[in-house]
Ligand binder design. Structure first.
Ligand code: ADP
Length: 540
């Protein structure tokens, strides 16, 4: 083993052993930083031949009522390898009829099945068993995820999969802690509230963190005793089907979780507008979020939670340690190929450190190791598909033509697949598209500010309000900014910390409701008030 491999091995061992995702993320950050140091001595940055994925695709049919079945129409669609664009597998394509079948199964499982009658303790044990199975199959699932999505295997296996099982254990712990209240009503009445499951939950998830979004969604829904129809993203259908099989192995009764692969306007729309779905949870673009909210309203007024887009500011104050700020801002934007709804995609830097920051941010982006995501040293894989690739390249062209300074990158990386060079723009102005739109790619936009009032006004001048990063050593500045920013999460001197207990969601057009933590439980509960007269005169 070379010194570098030894060092990396030790760090990843630590990451694997880390108990919480928070620790894993911090270690991941440190590892990324280490890589930036070691990669100066590395010649590995060139794109190599893709390594064939070390995994077989086992499940490609729809999972309805505890069985893998073909779609009613018999139609299939292809899911592709973002490294090459080659087909990985043909997958059953669900549409309205399949959604109808899946909702029927979920309805029966809710109304008649054993699931709602189980004790909370039994439900908890199923979730715990599922978490164990996820841990036991981490390598296989992570390989499937990397193959289908293009994200670095190290990230999938060492951070995201452990986080999925962590989420399941967190919600397993909630099953027997869902308490109602007694209310002190006027008059001779005993009033209590029952917190009951809402029923059949429709869940629609995106492609950027396929299994993690699956876990965020099913955790609170199952813990509170609901049944589910999940519509996965058409780009990444594979890992949810695998996980559904593991849930069944863990003891989840038939019909409690149904997974329908397919497209948004067909399967997704059918789920959002279904009359027998009691609640809808959606993660995706703001544009589609508006559509599904409308469908939910026009059908049966089902309550909707939405986790949508963002254009999150990352604010580097004048007292910042510039080297650390550069590393964190780089991570905040480039993590997951820039395909994060909360990506720190507007890097605001105080004028006193701006030039130094830009020079170092450029150097860091040049060092970023891009290539086959199955390689161990890789920081950045390909974008998900040709559509996203073209969209990101379009924003890069727009940045150049609107007068921002292209510091580095701006081109396709390699000759096949959907890789994009890590790209940095400086001298970005508020009115440029790259400062306004969600790019969802490896494109950092650096803007200059002069005082806190100035940056607060500009950071808030967007329809989005998902997250923000604040980098300062001054506690008063941190407190001032965290209260002034109109966003659902502020990370101070850290970024992308996603522990199961931390709520996540947006202000403004970044969404409604919160996922994770205690807050997401209420999304899946109905509150029933039970009023009983106190008839015995002795009690009055
Ligand atoms: P992105 O642009 O990142 O793919 P989308 O919002 O289009 O984000 O997709 C997120 C999820 O929403 C995916 O599962 C997708 O299939 C689904 N979806 C897309 N369009 C619709 C629609 N009209 N109705 C319901 N779901 C949709």
């Amino acid at each position: 083993m070379t010194n570098r491999s030894k060092m990396e091995f030790l760090i990843w061992k630590l990451v694997a052993e880390a108990r919480s995702f928070e620790t894993s993320t911090i270690l991941l950050l440190r590892t990324c930083h280490l890589r930036s140091v070691v990669s100066r001595y590395s010649t590995a940055a060139a794109l190599q031949e893709p390594i064939s994925a070390p995994v077989k695709v086992k499940y490609t049919q729809l999972f309805i009522n505890g069985q893998f079945v073909d779609s009613a129409s018999g139609k299939k669609f292809t899911t592709c390898d973002p490294r090459t664009g080659n087909v990985i597998a043909e997958v059953a394509e669900g549409d309205a009829e399949d959604i109808n079948r899946a909702v029927g199964a979920a309805r029966r499982a809710f109304d008649e099945g054993p699931w709602p009658k189980m004790t909370a303790y039994e439900r908890s044990n199923i979730l715990l068993k599922f978490a164990d199975l996820l841990d036991q199959h981490t390598e296989e699932i992570a390989a499937l995820e990397t193959w289908d999505n293009g994200k670095p295997y190290e990230q999938a296996a060492k951070v995201e999969l452990p986080m999925c099982s962590r989420i399941m254990r967190y919600y397993a712990g909630w099953t027997d802690k869902i308490h109602g209240l007694t209310a002190p009503a006027d008059g001779p009445y005993h009033v209590q509230t029952l917190h009951e499951p809402i029923g059949v939950a429709g869940q629609i998830i995106p492609w950027n963190f396929p299994l993690l979004m699956f876990a965020w969604k099913i955790g609170p829904a199952l813990a509170t005793g609901n049944t589910i129809v999940m519509k996965t993203a058409e780009q990444t259908p594979l890992t949810a089907l695998y996980a559904a099989k593991l849930l069944q192995e863990a003891g989840l009764p038939e019909g409690v979780l149904n997974v329908v692969s397919g497209y948004g306007p067909t399967a997704g729309a059918a789920l959002a507008s279904h009359m027998d779905v009691d609640k809808l949870a959606f993660t995706g673009s703001t544009e589609t979020g508006k559509l599904v909210l409308g469908m939910a309203a026009e059908s049966n007024l089902k309550p909707v939670t939405l986790e949508l887009g963002g254009k999150s500011p990352f604010i580097v104050c004048k007292d910042a340690d510039v080297d650390k700020a550069v590393e964190l801002a780089h991570f905040a934007l480039f993590f997951n190929q820039g395909q994060c709804c909360c990506a720190g995609s507007r890097t605001y830097v105080h004028e006193s450190v701006y030039d130094e920051f830009v020079a170092k941010a450029k150097a860091r982006a040049i060092q970023r190791v891009v290539g086959d995501p199955f390689r161990k040293d890789i920081e950045q894989g390909p974008q998900i598909d040709s559509e996203q690739f073209e969209k990101v390249m379009g924003y890069i062209k727009s940045g150049i033509s609107s007068g921002a300074t292209l510091e580095t990158g701006g081109e396709r990386y390699g000759s096949e697949g959907f890789y994009i060079q890590p790209t940095v723009f400086s001298n970005v102005k508020e009115d440029m598209l790259i400062a306004q739109d969600e790019i969802f790619g490896p494109v950092q936009s650096i803007l200059k500010f002069n005082d806190l009032q100035d940056v607060i006004r500009r950071a808030n001048a967007t329809h989005y309000g998902l997250a923000a990063g604040v980098f300062t050593q001054d506690i008063d500045t941190a407190n001032y900014l965290t209260r002034a920013l109109r966003v659902g999460t502020v990370w101070v001197n850290c970024f992308d910390i996603f522990d199961a207990a931390i709520p996540f969601g947006g202000y403004k057009m970044s969404g409604q409701g919160r996922e994770k933590g205690i807050y997401s439980l209420m999304n899946y509960l109905q509150i029933k008030a039970v009023v009983t007269p106190l008839n015995n005169p002795a009690w009055l």
